[in-house]
Design a protein around this ligand. Structure first.
Ligand code: GTP
Length: 466
């Protein structure tokens, strides 16, 4: 269950965007956590659909009122397969600290939960003035997976350039009234009448007829395109590239993952990697800076199929880069070449080739290399090995103490679905600001938002007494 965090300063348009998503789901079922600020749950009330369950947290906003297990408890009724939802969106209060929320989601032990990205809304009218008063907003833009520059109808002079610069490699979408394409955030369910609603699977992607419903530039099945309303449709501002190729050289592919171009927001698909005569298939999923790979059953032909979605990316260049990773071009790999890829595998002991199945491969422990925002470290002679310089990941100065400037908030957990009520349960949020840096080890097995781990204790610094 992808959990998308929707953040942005007060009034940036989070609820407006959420309502747009809810209105455009066409069968996709979304659970929503609304993190209202103030004593009246305006956002919860204004979110479209039926609001059937509410939990109030009276002692602070979501990110400082719960720890990871508290968040798990809160979300578990939404992520539980029995709830039959396809996506959870956490709308952070305008005062919430997205870094803390990202940490909580990444530290989740809920087996059904997967980080779905941090979407940061920026108010194009107010941002320059807001930033003067709240310099931390710049950091929030920098750590997002997708920046939505909203209210472009009222944009202040120079704001697009300013946000573009602050966003660095993160894609920036321009929007009015939060009208972005929902498919940027989730795979729509297939509403085929003979099949019933369900989540799009990678198999759907793999076996989709090339050209079926395609508008000629990779946008695929899309009502708006068929309606000829392309110019006003958010698809017009991003590119989708589908690459089908043979088995990939794992080291070369891992290098591609590490150097993904600015603007590439999502990537999903199944790749087969060849090493030491073995063939292993992995489902790969990236959202912004986050990468996750999971070993899956072998796939047929094509051995590797990836869908890449980005803003302002060089589509043909991307295709060529992936194709360069194929063993046909890069040559056969040896088993050692798997190691750079295994850092992205959720359970590395499952990720090794048949020859070493069941063992945690050497190098799997090096996952913390990725917690350093500056990685890959050009000075590191062995980019796949432990990097002594990575101790800066544990810099206490960068840890977020969290609560200082957050006013009391009333948080509501709301299950929104046009049909089904989901009881979100009670008893959440009695903690008074748990600092994850003190209590949670860095999650391993997935790699995301290095900044989110600032202040976490590096494995070699863990005090065994604690
Ligand atoms: N002109 C203009 N107004 C917008 C746009 N998007 C949202 N608004 C308006 O901005 C106001 C705030 O929008 P909300 O969606 O409530 O913002 P929010 O981020 O949820 O606000 P908080 O919950 O207070 O943090 C509303 O009056 C919206 O109608 C836009 O693109 N252009």
């Amino acid at each position: 269950m992808p959990v998308v965090i929707l953040a942005g300063f007060l009034g940036a348009g989070k609820t407006t965007l959420l309502n747009h998503l809810l209105a455009g789901t066409r069968g996709t079922r979304i659970g929503v956590v609304v993190n209202d600020f103030g004593s009246v749950n305006v956002d919860a009330l204004s979110v479209a659909g039926q609001v059937d369950s509410t939990v109030s947290l009276e002692n602070g906003c979501l990110c400082c009122a719960v720890d990871a297990s508290g968040l798990d408890r809160m979300l578990s009724t939404l992520t539980d397969p029995a709830a039959d939802l396809d996506l959870v969106v956490v709308e952070a209060s305008g005062l919430a600290e997205p870094r803390s929320l990202v940490r909580l989601v990444l530290a989740s032990e809920d087996p059904y939960l997967e980080y779905g990205g941090l979407v940061e809304l920026v108010d194009a009218a107010e941002f320059p003035a807001m930033r003067e008063r709240h310099p931390e907003l710049a950091g929030q833009v920098a750590m997002a997976d997708l920046v939505v520059l909203n209210k472009v109808d009222r944009a202040a002079d120079g704001v697009a350039e300013l946000v573009r610069e602050l966003a660095g490699a993160t894609p920036v979408l321009h929007a009015e009234f939060g009208r972005i394409d929902p498919e940027l955030l989730f795979d729509r369910v297939d509403a085929a009448p003979d099949d019933g609603p369900r989540q799009l699977t990678f198999d759907d992607l793999r076996f989709e007829e090339p050209g079926a419903g395609d508008d000629g530039h990779g946008h695929g099945d899309c009502d708006h395109d068929r309606a000829g309303d392309h110019a006003s449709h958010a698809h017009a501002v991003y590119d989708t590239v589908t690459v089908e190729t043979g088995p990939l050289h794992p080291r070369r592919f891992a290098a591609f993952l590490e150097t993904r171009p600015a603007g590439l927001y999502r990537m999903k698909g199944t790749v087969t990697v060849g090493a030491g005569g073995h063939r292993d298939a992995y489902e790969v999923h990236t959202v912004g800076a986050y990468v996750r790979a999971e070993r899956v059953a072998p796939v047929g032909d094509p051995a590797s199929r990836l869908v890449l979605i980005g803003v302002g990316v060089d589509a043909e260049g991307l295709r060529a880069e992936v194709e360069q990773c194929s063993t046909a071009v890069a040559g056969e790999a040896v088993e050692q070449d798997l190691l750079p890829l295994l850092r992205y595998v959720a359970d590395p002991s499952r990720g090794a080739g048949d020859g070493v199945a069941g063992e945690a491969p050497a190098g799997a422990a090096d996952i913390t290399d990725n917690l350093d925002p500056d990685d890959p470290d050009p000075d590191d002679p062995d980019p796949d090995g432990p990097d002594p310089d990575d101790s800066d990941d544990a810099d206490p100065d960068t840890a977020d103490s969290g609560t200082a400037d957050r006013a009391a908030a009333v948080d509501t957990v709301t299950a929104v679905d046009t049909v089904t009520a989901v009881d979100t349960g009670a008893g959440v949020g009695t903690g008074a600001g748990v600092d994850l840096a003190e209590s949670e080890p860095a999650p391993t097995g997935c790699v995301a938002h290095p900044e989110a781990f600032d202040g976490l204790v590096a494995p070699d610094e863990v005090d065994p007494e604690r």
